[in-house]
Design a protein around this ligand. Structure first.
Ligand SMILES: O=C(O)c1cc(=O)[nH]c(=O)n1[C@@H]1O[C@H](COP(=O)(O)O)[C@@H](O)[C@H]1O
Length: 268
């Protein structure tokens, strides 16, 4: 199997560089006249993947909106991951996992191991129990040709108090970025990506040496703009995978309207 980075490069070259967030908020289900239960959740996701699955490069289902419906919701997430793969797109499971030792290893098995029903092409991870605590996920991502996206400089204003605080050698976020660069070069991989929000006027960190994919949420509903990304990311702009959730989903459920909205973001 090709690596996550190779699959990402191939699919974005073909379909354009965009990740669509699948965030089935209750308000969106209601706006689409769908019931607030696992059945409504599944119909919602099917509409999105049927409309966009063959034209969008990457989807990022947000696990929280599936967990709300308990085991029935998790089962929907499993099926949606299958639908995304069947449409030839890639999936990033947004679970923001981060723990220690054997617990982290179990999360890594769940989201990255071959044959696991919750495994996508990549998963989001939180490094705030320590970057190296995520090692079981890094090892599996590399071994199984999958990817991880480690939260670095998140899109929300509250993140600054932790991420821009001074660590041992610089800001906390810079230590995370530098650790990811070092690991990618040492392991000769590009499996370790970062999450950096597209909402900041000044990022407050140096990504110029970063060597893998950067997932950039915050475009659209949170105020980030596609046209600002090249100035914001400078030399790292070619690594950016912009992510848009609500600003696209709000155009549904009409498939043509969803596709038109996607087209307005791709290639900006
Ligand atoms: O990891 C993420 O995807 C993420 C990181 C971040 O810094 N900010 C952020 O909004 N997200 C996720 O991106 C999605 C929000 O998309 P919008 O609807 O476009 O605002 C949610 O699933 C968030 O959890």
């Amino acid at each position: 199997m090709s690596t996550y980075h190779q699959r990402l490069s191939a699919v974005t070259a073909q379909r354009g560089n965009l990740c669509v967030g699948i965030d089935p908020h209750a308000a969106l289900l209601s706006a689409w006249d769908l019931p607030l239960n696992a059945d409504g959740l599944e119909r919602y996701c099917r509409i999105v993947v049927e409309a966009l699955g063959e034209s969008v490069a990457v989807f990022k289902p947000q696990a929280a909106f599936f967990e709300v419906y308990g085991s029935a919701g998790i089962a929907v997430l499993e099926r949606v991951l299958g639908d995304i793969a069947a449409a030839g797109a890639l999936s990033i499971v947004d679970a923001k996992r981060g723990d220690i030792g054997s617990t982290m290893a179990a999360y890594a098995e769940a989201y990255l191991a071959p044959g696991s029903p919750l495994a996508g092409d990549a998963v989001t991870l939180s490094p705030y129990l320590g970057f190296d605590a995520l090692t079981p996920a890094f090892e599996r991502a590399i071994a199984f040709d999958r990817g991880v996206y480690v939260l670095a400089r998140t899109s929300n204003p509250e993140g600054a108090s932790v991420q821009l605080a001074l660590g041992r050698e610089g800001s906390v976020v810079q230590e995370i970025i530098d650790a990811a660069i070092e690991l990618n070069s040492r392991a000769r991989t590009r499996a370790i990506g970062l999450v950096v929000g597209g909402t900041h006027h000044a990022l407050g960190c140096d990504l110029s040496e970063f060597n893998a994919s950067i997932l950039v949420p915050g475009i659209g509903a949170q105020g980030g703009r596609m046209e600002d990304l090249s100035g914001m990311f400078g030399p790292a702009h070619d690594k950016v995978l912009p992510m848009v959730g609500r600003a696209i989903l709000q155009a549904g459920p009409d498939p043509a309207a969803l596709r038109a909205k996607v087209a307005s973001y791709v290639g900006v």
